[in-house]
Design a protein. Structure first.
Length: 202
């Protein structure tokens, strides 16, 4: 992608960020800033190699579009805000990996908002908790958008220094939870406050 196209893409995403910000005082989620700051982009280290090549058949990467980027960014903001960069990346991989499974919708927005009409019965709690999905912290939102861009990249810019085992994860839960389904899946690791799992049901 040349410099002109990159600048245009950044402008589009910046506009989306402004649209998603809540008015002052209208923060619908935790007041936690997430500890995310401007040096986000410079702090990402790409070492793992192409995850699609190194881990076999995992998630195909969907076409980059504004709606899909926004859905992934919102999920990262609400589900992984304040987590280590590798933890945010792993949460995003869970969403992408699910798009490749016949048990889930084949789009990012479909996965993120699956069963969202059922109060507290959806796949990602923020999508069905009855609260607005707005992102109220500008720095955390910008960081989530950047991570979503990285995850949806089609070449090595989508890599990060986490294990291939974690990259293939299809499920996760908070360390404070003990869901019954976790006993039936293969644990792939823990990053921050999330424990990750894999199932080969495709």
């Amino acid at each position: 992608m040349d410099g002109r196209r990159q600048k245009r893409a950044r402008n589009v995403l910046a506009a989306l960020a402004l649209l998603c910000l809540a008015p002052a005082g209208a923060l619908a989620r935790s007041a936690d800033s997430g500890g995310l700051t401007e040096p986000f982009a410079a702090s990402i280290v790409a070492k793992a190699g192409n995850p699609r090549a190194s881990t076999g058949e995992i998630a195909r990467l969907p076409d980059l579009g504004a709606a899909e980027t926004r859905c992934l960014s919102l999920a990262l903001y609400h589900e992984a805000r304040g987590e280590p960069l590798q933890g945010q990346f792993a949460v995003g991989r869970v969403i992408l990996n699910r798009t490749a499974s016949r048990f889930y919708p084949d789009t990012i927005c479909g996965v993120v908002y699956q069963n969202s009409a059922r109060l507290n019965r959806c796949q990602f709690s923020f999508a069905c908790d009855g609260k607005a999905d707005r992102a109220g912290n500008v720095h955390a939102w910008q960081a989530a958008v950047r991570m979503a861009e990285r995850l949806m990249c089609r070449d090595t810019c989508g890599d990060m220094a986490i294990s291939a085992n974690l990259i293939r994860s299809t499920h996760y839960h908070a360390t404070s939870a003990r869901p019954s389904w976790s006993k039936k899946l293969q644990r792939t690791g823990q990053i921050g406050r999330h424990v990750f799992y894999f199932t080969d049901r495709r």
